[in-house]
Design a protein around this ligand. Structure first.
Ligand code: ARG
Length: 463
């Protein structure tokens, strides 16, 4: 038997496949990950064939037993790959034939194509991965942020715009901001999962099923919510893969900014937080170094995920209807992205649950100029229009700077009166960071009550 007659599609070929072409074409090195989904798909598909009388009840039992055996071999790492196993679909069918005989196994592919088969497997695989790995871990990350925010609500630190000290905020407010981003990511992922959970099985190579298989039955048995209503679309739609990559890119963007904040906060210059040893590494040259590698990798890997998205979009662009081999290029970026995102969530969770907050350093970084807006608000409360108070407060800051004072709280009453005689003794009560944050109690603000409200709302949305 020549090499080609053993190939699944070998019938019409007479020449040998170029050895490099064989490697170039093969997807088993990575699509073996789909083995469970593939076997499950075949199990249900053959039930559909049995309903049509295309295989007997006895044959179906044999097929199912054989599939179970193949699954066991994959599970315990004893599946032996053969040189002509082009992809997971051909490998599983070849092995099934060895176990139950090709007379029966030769029937399982009746009316099915690898075109509907491979994308059915991929949808099942993605669905499970999103639920078991991404959504579950993301929920834990959000809960860790919430717990920390609840426990450390006392700590006040500078809030920044343009990376310049702006106004005091609670550390919990910062934690809650990322919990809010990640909650939106969580919700988006749930919606995405719903969109992808549609069945392509039974669409055939492209034109539909020649024996009238019950596609709705197949879909239901495989846990899909519905069937894809057009067979051409069923075999060639990879939008769900693009969406996962897009989702991942956006999520990694959030993770990257989260990591960048923590990198800044962990420098000696800031010192707001200390990373635990578990998520830091040393330098091979400088003994004193403790580097925030975990955070730098979270930031760096966002580029890799975006690369996966742009790469796949380029591969898909301009390919004609319907299945074309270009589509096999969906798997490597997808698998790489799923693992990267899963690990990034776990690392981010580890980092945030083990870091130490140095609240004294946070407090020491609070400076009186950060209360200049509060000073303007002081006069607003006395009836002065904000545009005017903004200007007056600016003059106070300038005076303190000119006089070399440590802050606007050191300006004397006399000097205040000179700038504006509506200033009174109670102006000094403004210079209190706790009071400043507590004033911002409208929804979304940095007051204790406002933060607790945010955290409760996130918790509510998560369940
Ligand atoms: N390994 C292929 C993929 O993942 C399976 C589909 C092959 N279909 C075909 N007509 N050659 O895309």
């Amino acid at each position: 038997m020549s090499e080609n007659t053993q190939k699944l599609w070998g019938g019409r070929f007479t020449g040998e496949t170029d050895p490099l072409m064989h490697l170039y074409n093969a997807s088993l090195p990575y699509d073996y990950k789909l083995y469970k989904a593939d076997l499950e798909g075949t199990k249900v598909y053959t039930e559909g064939l049995a309903q049509l009388g295309l295989i007997t009840k006895e044959e179906l039992v044999k097929i199912h037993e054989g599939l179970l055996q193949v699954e066991k071999e994959w599970d315990n790492n004893s599946f032996i790959k053969m040189p002509n196993d082009e992809d997971i679909h051909t490998a599983n069918e070849r092995r099934l034939g060895e176990i139950i005989g090709t007379k029966i196994s030769g029937k399982v592919h009746t009316g099915r194509s690898r075109n509907d088969q491979c994308v059915t497997d991929l949808r099942i695989y993605c669905r499970e991965y999103l639920s078991d790995k991404l959504l579950k871990n993301l929920e834990t990350l959000i809960n860790v942020l919430i717990n920390r925010a609840e426990e450390e609500i006392e700590f006040i630190m500078p809030g920044y715009t343009h990376l310049q000290r702006a106004q005091p905020i609670r550390w919990s407010h910062w934690l809650s901001s990322y919990a809010t981003y990640f909650l939106e990511d969580y919700k988006r992922l749930v919606q995405l999962k719903e969109r992808l959970n549609k069945s392509p099985l039974g669409a055939g190579a492209l034109a539909g099923h020649p024996y009238g298989i019950d596609r709705e039955y197949l879909a239901e048995k495989l846990g899909f919510d519905s069937v894809i209503g057009n067979s051409l679309v069923a075999v060639s739609d990879r939008d769900f893969v693009v969406e996962i990559l897009f989702w991942s890119t956006l999520f990694m963007n959030h993770i990257s900014r989260f990591a960048e904040d923590l990198i800044i906060y962990s420098t000696a210059e800031f010192g707001f937080i200390k990373l635990s040893d578990a998520y830091s590494t040393g330098s091979s040259l400088m003994p004193q170094k403790k580097n925030a590698d975990s955070l730098e990798l979270l930031r760096g890997k966002s580029g890799r995920v975006f690369g996966n998205l742009s790469g796949l979009l380029m591969s898909l662009k301009g390919i004609p209807s319907t299945y074309n081999k270009d589509m096999q290029e969906d798997k490597e970026p997808l698998f790489d992205c799923l693992t990267t995102v899963e690990h990034s969530i776990l690392i981010a969770t580890g980092v945030i649950s083990t870091l130490t907050v140095q609240s004294d350093k946070m407090a020491a970084a609070l400076t009186m100029d950060m209360l200049a807006t509060d000073l303007a608000d002081y006069l607003v409360r006395k009836g002065v229009p904000f545009r005017e108070t903004h200007h007056i407060s600016g003059e106070c800051v300038a005076l303190a700077e000119k006089e070399g004072l440590s802050g606007i709280d050191k300006i004397t009453m006399e000097q205040y009166k000179q700038i504006d005689n509506r200033f009174e003794k109670d102006v000094y009560e403004t210079f209190n960071f706790e009071q400043s944050v507590e004033r911002r109690d409208a929804t979304g603000g940095t007051a204790r009550s406002a933060i607790i409200k945010q955290l409760n709302s996130i918790k509510h949305d998560l369940v």
